[in-house]
Design a protein. Structure first.
Length: 244
């Protein structure tokens, strides 16, 4: 399967502090790939470096078989990041936040924002109900839906998600992951950074375990989830037997 995103030997960090020490991974077209690991592993740094938000000090990032350029060029080419903090405009309405997600396409000559918004409302009916409400008044789950919806307004080929379940109630988490599964089934490629390890490995096709800026394990997600030593050693997840 052709890789939509190919990362080889990526090094990046903050100033003189290197956080990623030669990370390599791939996102095949039409797949969902999960990156899991403990706090401080470098997951958010990886997403920032891929999108050009942080300087890459070594290695390569290729998107659609070409060197990944600056952030704006990547967004225009169909790679969209939903950051951990969602970065919504609190004093703007839900509808206006969504419209901002289609700005790059509109500037490139596509004028299908209204059609795309209807598609987003079909995925997240709650956003349609609250389309005139200010984003800052939404619940945590609704804000995550809005952040995802805004990303989808750009009709991305690759969706990068940084901790989409963070701080959400279990019922909302299940809904978010259901939507991600549906989007992958429609052909959207997804790179998912997630601390909810079991949920991430349940919905993804392939997984990478990141620790201290290094990939320490990788494989089909189901195999990683069933690998008790990896789950215990790197992810702090131990299987519990039946209650006696």
């Amino acid at each position: 399967m052709t890789s939509l995103l190919q990362i080889d030997g990526l090094r990046a960090g903050y100033g003189k502090v290197e956080v990623l020490h030669g990370v390599s991974l791939a996102v095949p077209a039409g797949s969902m790939v999960a990156i899991v690991g403990p706090n401080g592993a470098g997951k958010t740094t990886l997403m920032g470096a891929v999108m050009g938000l942080l300087p890459r000090t070594a290695g390569s990032v290729r998107y659609r078989d070409a060197p990944a350029g600056a952030t704006e060029a990547l967004v225009t080419a169909g790679a969209v990041l939903v950051p951990e903090r969602r970065a919504l405009f609190a004093d703007m309405s839900v509808a206006d936040n969504l419209l901002l997600g289609s700005y790059a396409r509109h500037r490139a000559g596509a004028h299908d924002g209204a059609t795309t918004m209807r598609e987003v409302f079909a995925i997240f009916p709650r956003l349609q109900e609250r389309r005139r409400q200010l984003a800052g008044t939404l619940s945590g789950g609704e804000r995550q839906m809005l952040a995802l919806g805004r990303a989808l307004m750009g009709r991305p080929r690759l969706l990068l998600l940084d901790e989409p379940s963070l701080g959400l109630a279990p019922m909302i988490v299940r809904e978010i992951f259901r939507v991600l599964t549906d989007l992958r089934a429609r052909g959207l490629s997804i790179l998912l950074v997630e601390q909810n390890v079991r949920a991430a490995l349940q919905v993804s096709d392939y997984g990478y375990v990141l620790e201290m800026g290094n990939v320490v394990a990788e494989g089909p997600s189901a195999a990683l989830a069933d690998d008790a030593p990896i789950m215990a050693t790197y992810l702090g997840q131990r299987r519990t037997g039946p209650q006696q």
